[in-house]
Design a protein around this ligand. Sequence first.
Ligand SMILES: Nc1ncnc2c1ncn2[C@@H]1O[C@H](COP(=O)(O)OP(=O)(O)OP(=O)(O)O)[C@@H](O)[C@H]1O
Ligand SMILES: [Mg+2]
Length: 410
Amino acid sequence: MVVISGWHPHPGQLAFLASEARVRVLACGRRWGKTEVIAAEITRTLRRDAPRQVLLVAPSQEQAMLGFERAVEFLHRAGVRPTIRRTPAPTLALGDSKLWARSAARGGMLLRGRKAHMVIVDEAAYVPESVINEVLMPMLADTGGKLALVSTPRGKNYFYRLYQQGQEDGVHIWSLRCPSWHNPLLSPTLLQMQASLMSARQFQVEYGAMFLDDAGQVFRTEWVDRALQQNLPEEGLMVAGVDWARRQDYTALTILRGAREGAKMLLIRRWQGLSWREQLEAVAGLLRLYQPVRVLCDRTGVGDPLLEALQEAGIPQAEGVVFTPAVKQNLIDHLALMLEQGRLQLLPEPALLSELYHFEATPTHRGARLQGAGGAHDDLVIALALAAWGLPQTSQGAIRTSGNERVGQG
Ligand SMILES: Nc1ncnc2c1ncn2[C@@H]1O[C@H](COP(=O)(O)OP(=O)(O)OP(=O)(O)O)[C@@H](O)[C@H]1O
Ligand SMILES: [Mg+2]
């Protein structure tokens, strides 16, 4: 099977491309070549004689863009010159065939009202099930089109259930699970390095492509999925949370708007490898732009100088929070409760979703220890928890309650 001259699928990619099933479920580890095989499938479909409409979906626009650009590259390699538009949203036309690359954000609102012959979802386990069932499946109904879901696993959610159905059925639903090391192009050194950076459990999921259940997980997958689909009004006060980088981790900033009874994420950012001064400038720049009424910063280990520097950089409202285990427990419990009760709307930032998924409570003899599993990062979760804590109780009580509550007493 020649898909693109000069491109050679490895055996797992070949199996995916060879399947004729209407629904294909491909569960693989990171760096396996998921985006690559998606781009190959898109290229092949667009080059068919009959006009084909292909929709590429991913949890965020940036992720959808990765597959889109890879498909453009493949088309160029195949010697065809499609018409490409990247703004306001990536669209490509080749003769009468079309490709759209879109984010599944806001409950799939950006996807509605289309028909497609093929829908391909990259990192599908991070797209809420309702988007698949209520938005994407109906698009295929008229055309008798095909659905392909490609992802690293994320617990035993709908993606897992479809995978299982594929294992039992194999005709209507085809499924395959492949660890990253089935990609013969992946260097064993890189794998070893990754393994040393994360917990065994996280490595099993992210590279071993294993469907593990959610024992120890603090933020349940269905809460997070719901938080991605909320459509809360954009009103109320703005509050920020900042986690400074120490050693290798990231500086993270989150801005929320609203109250504890309902809040919406406006911004989430992280930076790595910056000097103290650069971190400060990056964070202060965005804070000056958004002007949140409260800015809660993790002060643990970095002490007062950084807080003072931030105040001097035009953010006088910045306040420090020292993370004792009890404080951290309070902040995390509060964030978990907001998510469980559907009071928070999140942005589909892949790194945040991954941090939430891997955030674990490990029982110790002195209570639970809360953190990203193994060496997993939790900077975005901490910044989010700080911002959520800083929210006023209600939008009415905003003025009265802001600024005077102590974290340790929550
Ligand atoms: N068949 C192939 N031929 C040549 N290179 C390949 C092939 N498949 C994958 N690669 C290369 O392997 C690397 C990983 O591929 P890709 O980005 O598609 O993986 P992924 O599973 O989507 O990774 P991630 O988990 O980071 O999203 C890329 O550099 C890609 O070009
Ligand atoms: Mg990918």
